[in-house]
Design a protein. Structure first.
Length: 254
């Protein structure tokens, strides 16, 4: 069958505002085709042969409210793990409790919040390292050049979202992308080959992203490069053949 080979989706989100209302101060409210309940999510994965998935708590909609994602993990019967969004002071005890609920790491959205919002996050990086949990980072342009030394010093395993969201106008030799490539030497960094829409300058199928995908594969090797659909935030883009200029408000949020 076309969809029979086993798959693991390493970047997807759950949005269920009826059961889990969005936070009042959320910067973006997913709606329409971006609504993605746990029931819909499971049915889609069954249809496409996706056996396991890594759910990511989104800044859009929920912020540090992880209840919707935790509910989906609980319904998944062991098929799903999660990356939570948490405040920097989160304690080791709180992290341990989340581990029992299927959380394997914490997301830090530098692309949205800026480097300054996480200036005091290094102790949290260390707590995650001590628990063998992931520091998952979303950066853009050259942010990785400043961040990489902190990630290496933390000793944590690192997940980098969406190719590191390079500046395609700056080219492969841009400082941020080169800093990302050098993280391969640590042996503790993994990169998600996802989120093409967040850095491409072209419509689907995003031809200008291909050199970055290949460079990451060359540096990290297939074992450290992960596929993620960014479901459901990618659906309006692919199915409508739109470019990101049609919906700029959410491109930093997923």
């Amino acid at each position: 069958m076309l969809f029979s080979p086993p798959k693991i989706d390493c970047h997807c989100h759950i949005f269920d505002p009826d059961a889990f209302p969005y936070q009042a101060d959320t910067p973006y409210r997913p709606a329409g085709a971006e609504i993605a309940t746990a029931r819909y999510f499971t049915a889609l994965h069954q249809a496409y042969g996706v056996g396991h998935a890594l759910l990511v708590g989104p800044n859009s909609g929920y912020g540090t409210d992880n209840r919707c994602m935790l509910d989906a993990i609980a319904q998944g019967q062991g098929r799903y793990k999660g990356i939570a969004v948490l405040p920097n002071p989160t304690s080791t005890a709180e992290l341990r409790q989340l581990q029992t609920q299927g959380i394997v790491g914490v997301a830090f959205n530098f692309a949205l919040q800026g480097l300054g919002a996480y200036a005091d996050a290094d102790p949290l990086f260390k707590r995650l390292a001590d628990l063998d949990m992931f520091v998952q980072v979303q950066v853009q342009n050259d942010q990785m050049a400043a961040l990489a030394p902190r990630l290496v010093a933390s000793g944590a395993r690192v997940l980098v979202d969406h190719h590191g969201r390079p500046d395609v106008n700056a080219g492969l030799n841009a400082p941020g992308f080169q800093a990302l490539l050098r993280l391969a030497d640590s042996g503790r960094c993994f990169v998600k080959l996802s989120g093409h829409d967040k850095f491409t300058q072209r419509p689907y199928p995003f031809e200008d992203a291909a050199p970055y995908t290949q460079a990451l594969l060359n540096a990290f090797g297939p074992a450290h490069c992960l596929w993620g659909s960014d479901w459901p935030l990618i659906l309006p883009l692919i199915y409508g053949h739109l470019s990101k200029r049609h919906w700029p408000a959410r491109t930093a949020l997923g």
